[in-house]
Design a protein around this ligand. Structure first.
Ligand code: ADP
Ligand code: MG
Length: 699
């Protein structure tokens, strides 16, 4: 059967039709047989067990009960009208409730007849009830062999279009029966043997209709393997291709730029910085194009490492740029680079959205002629009018905020060659996730903070003890320190967040009439923001109140306290980023997490982790566990690009590692996948990724 069979539109599936097909497309993004076949259940309900009504207590999962309907009754009026069936099993009675098709339901089921019912009991007003239960005649009670019934995530619109849980199972059953004979193996026999995998067709069968817990486990393992293995195979072959085929500009010369910076530093580089600079340098002399990710906690000295790399480009006659995700961060980089570079007599430009026309013209001309060798900016750097004379290196800060497409824009800045790319990320991500998201990049880790930094002490304080927080701030400020107070993003709305900030400004001004307090938020004019930041940086203002805009980039070593109000509203990595704003000077620093008294389990856990540890990688691992893959700051988009249906690189770490090693060994033996035994792999890669031709040219 041709490939086309799987691309058959769902309207051709018996019992779907145009209306249901439309809803499936709109609600679940399912268009073809293949889409639906790959719509895996998110959980399974054990139907091997029949409960008794007496056993129901507290919060219940989906249960199965056996008994009879004693009586029906219609209650309520108009739109609130519903049908209630009183269902007994000899140990008690519960209510079955229907809001739709009342008379049809009533005719469908006979009073006094034995049924198996299935649904989620909800306790309300002293009794349990199940809304829209599934009901089967007792005689054909359990067709779900093994007792594991798949549950598919559905929406209200689907239910209204007549696709509830049961119908979805029926659709998948019909589809599966039609497809099974055509499903082809995706992996070569050798790989299946080596990894001891179930066949692909059997996995598809078992994931939707498991015969046993073991069968389901094997199916999940097989399908996760497929996803992770092909990602690794692709990433590693991209990486190989680039390393062997794409030429890079060689930077053999260490000149006055690098030497000058080295000589002018008032401190020694940390061991980790030296190691990473060596790694970068060996990339840059090699004649191959560099794609490297530097990971390191806030304050670990990434920017300085990036500066060394940029100066190496300059020493070899090329230009370099640094791209930041926000204007504030770009300005901050610009300011700190200038501080390093001014003594060396090296000019650096700043190009952001708000750069004035005349200034912009001068910058653009400098870049085009090559007289301006270094520039910092935002995505404004990607605009076509920005032409470099000879761009040798692009540094991208906090890359997860840029789309892959934008990164490819920088890549194209070098007409006939690719500039080297260095990506800095202050969001530590667990190793196996990094292997999945950035598996085609080389990764360097700065796992050491500059010496003399005292670990930040973190405390949790409830709102009702705010007075103590104020007292603490007062004492710190009396010792000459400064403090940040951050207010949470509320419901993703800039307005609501600003109101929280304004309320905060009033409150703090009232408590500290003697202090100079400044504040910043995302909607401020750049000049106002600058003025506030300048006043805080210079020590004139003691308190800086802000929405989360200070998350990245701000560097004021004298600030020793970070108060985070509504800390329960922040994600773990965000809290960690914010905390990283203090602890930059020589004095002891503190982070105070303020919350209400009532906290959910997850929020409690987040706060506890923050209080326990300062280690960004540990926090990242925990964040991933709490939130699941795809919800971590910035990785959502990447997760979508990977279009994972079943694997979770954070939780399936061992599988990531295993598939990577296997892919590596296959590519070592057969780099082009040209051996007959690997032709399946080559075809499958093309099939999965052909619609993204640009991938191999990105990042
Ligand atoms: P990151 O970019 O990783 O957040 P930065 O490069 O901005 O870190 O460095 C944070 C601060 O630490 C800066 O003030 C920088 O000058 C300083 N710094 C960097 N490396 C060292 C070092 N080896 N010793 C002392 N201070 C350092
Ligand atoms: Mg930095």
């Amino acid at each position: 059967m041709p490939q086309d069979f799987f691309h058959t539109p769902l309207t051709f599936l018996p019992s779907v039709g145009p209306r249901r097909a439309k809803v499936l497309a709109e609600e679940l993004d399912l268009y073809t047989y293949l889409d639906l076949l790959h719509y895996f259940p998110t959980k399974y309900v054990d139907r091997s067990r029949v409960y008794t009504i007496r056993e129901l207590r507290g919060e219940m999962p989906y249960v199965q009960l056996q008994g009879y309907i004693r009586d029906f009754k219609e209650v309520g009026e108009g739109r609130k009208k519903r049908l209630v069936g009183y269902f007994s099993d000899g140990t008690g009675t519960i209510e079955l409730v229907w809001f739709r098709s009342l008379s049809a339901i009533r005719h469908l089921y006979a009073e006094g007849h034995m049924y198996i019912i299935f649904g989620k009991p909800v306790y309300f007003n002293g009794a349990y009830s199940i809304t829209h239960p599934e009901i089967d005649d007792e005689s054909k009670a359990e067709q779900v062999s093994g007792g594991l019934m798949p549950v598919y995530p559905l929406t209200e619109k689907l239910r209204r279009a007549g696709i509830a849980s049961r119908q979805m199972r029926q659709l998948l059953y019909i589809l599966k029966e039609a497809c099974l004979p055509h499903i082809k193996e995706t992996l070569p026999e050798e790989v299946i043997q080596r990894a001891r995998l179930m066949s692909y067709a059997e996995a598809i069968d078992q994931i939707h209709f498991p015969e046993s817990k073991e069968g389901l486990e094997a199916a999940r393992r097989r399908l996760k393997f497929d996803e992770l293995f092909f990602i690794q195979l692709r990433l590693l072959s991209m990486k190989r291709e680039r390393k062997t085929l794409v030429p890079g500009l060689p930077f053999p010369r260490v000149g006055e730029g690098v030497k000058g910076l080295y000589a002018s530093l008032p401190f020694d580089l940390t061991g980790a910085q030296k190691r990473v600079i060596r790694e970068i340098q060996s990339d840059l002399v090699g004649g191959k194009q560099m794609n490297r990710l530097i990971q390191g906690d806030v304050g670990s000295g990434k920017t300085l490492v990036a500066l060394f790399s940029m100066l190496l480009a300059l020493d070899n006659g090329y230009q370099a740029c640094m791209m930041a995700p926000t204007e504030i961060l770009a300005r901050q980089h610009y300011a700190s680079l200038r501080e390093y570079l001014e003594p060396l007599g090296i000019e650096v430009g700043l190009l952001i959205g708000s750069t004035k026309k005349r200034e912009r013209r001068v910058l653009l001309e400098g870049l085009a002629t090559g007289s301006l060798r270094l520039i910092v900016g935002t995505h404004a750097l990607l605009e076509p009018v920005v032409q470099f004379h000879h761009l040798g290196l692009a540094v991208i800060d906090e890359q997860h905020r840029f789309g892959v497409v934008q990164r490819s824009g920088l890549w194209q800045k070098g007409e006939s060659y690719h500039p080297h790319i260095l990506i800095m990320s202050a969001t530590p991500i667990p190793r196996t996730l990094a292997m999945t998201l950035y598996g085609d990049l080389d990764i360097s880790v700065i796992d050491e903070l500059p010496p003399g930094r005292k670990p930040i002490e973190t405390y949790h304080q409830s709102e009702s003890h705010m007075y103590e927080v104020y007292q603490f701030l007062r004492a710190q400020i009396a010792e000459g320190r400064q403090a940040y107070v951050v207010f949470p993003m509320i419901e993703e709305s800039e307005e609501a967040s600003m109101r929280a900030l304004e309320e905060g400004v009033r409150r703090y001004t009232e408590h500290f009439p003697e202090l100079k307090i400044v504040h910043v938020h995302g909607k401020m004019k750049p000049e106002e923001k600058d003025e506030a930041m300048r006043s805080f940086s210079s020590g004139e203002a003691q308190l800086l109140l802000a929405t989360t805009v200070i998350e990245v980039g701000v560097n004021v070593p004298n600030a020793s306290v970070m108060v985070i109000e509504g800390a329960n509203r922040f994600g773990l990595s965000q809290l960690h980023q914010l905390r990283g704003r203090v602890g930059r000077g020589a004095s002891q620093s503190y982070c105070i997490l303020v919350t209400g008294n009532e906290l959910g389990e997850e929020a409690k856990r987040r706060i506890a982790i923050m209080v326990e540890t300062n280690d960004g990688f540990e926090i990242a691992e925990e964040d991933m566990r709490l939130r699941g893959f795809g919800e971590i700051d910035g990785t959502r988009q990447s997760g979508q690009q990977l279009s994972l249906r079943i694997a979770n690189p954070a939780l399936d770490g061992a599988m990531v590692q295993y598939t990577r090693e296997l892919a590596e060994s296959i590519l070592t033996e057969d780099p082009e996948l040209s051996l007959p035994k690997n032709s399946l792999l080559r075809h499958r890669l093309q099939e999965i990724y052909y619609e993204r031709p640009n991938w191999s040219q990105i990042s």
